[in-house]
Design a protein. Sequence first.
Length: 303
Amino acid sequence: MPAELAITIRGVAKHYGEIRAVDGLDLDVPMGTCLGLLGPNGAGKSTTMRMLTAQSIPDRGEITVLGHPIPAESKQARIQMGVVPQMDNLDIELTVRQNLSVFARLYQVPRAQRRAAVDRALARSQLTERADTKTEKLSGGMRRRLLIARGLVHEPRLVLLDEPTVGLDPQVRQELWALIDGLRSAGTTILMSTHYIEEAERLADDVAVMSHGKLIAHGPPATLLEAHAGRSAAEFYGPPPRLVEVEKLAKDAGFATRRTGPSVSVLRAEDIPDSLADALGAGAMRAANLEDVFVVLTGEEVA
């Protein structure tokens, strides 16, 4: 039996003048999975998220969220989903608990259940001890946790996370990854837009890669790696003429390459024959990653 779909997007396009923010997008998100929407700034990720919540209306195409056509039944869909925006829009004059209580009411959590719902959200986001702290007194990481808690206060079936850890230091990012992974493990459906490669690799069951408003690859991280980058890469360092030589030797032999700062990476290093290895010389081996996949497909760096 095919999996029930939380989100279906068919032929969706959104243009802003000459800019094609989303250009003919087809995408499915099965219930109970985490889909990472990966791409650089300007790829169309945030526009896609806004269309799912009817904040932006597509020029053409069809969107269904939790069985509801969007935008016609966006209110019915919104009550069943949690939305964590990229930008911090918390009410800084309210305490942590008050922020959550307001949204529990907006999401129509029954009055008798609101206190318990808020307490669950506080515990899940590790903010119980900060419940009575004004939001303006919270650190950046705590505010981001509160944003996520606010989107979860009504126990939604689907959560949209738009760049959930953008601008945060590595330690706080790790804390939020643990929170998101807990949701994923509990079976909550998640659509997470990100341009952090490791975020998509660690948290997503499937990854959809966007570039210039188009979907250019879709599948589990391991499948995308096998299809486009292989298991390993060989990195070569040296002066510019040496790097040009490595690129030419590799490409002439049918191997994809990628410039990574002061080096050139040759992908599918596990398949390099001895004759080419001898010609290339010594290289540093590393595991292939989703950024390699993205660069192979688009020629762009994710940044």
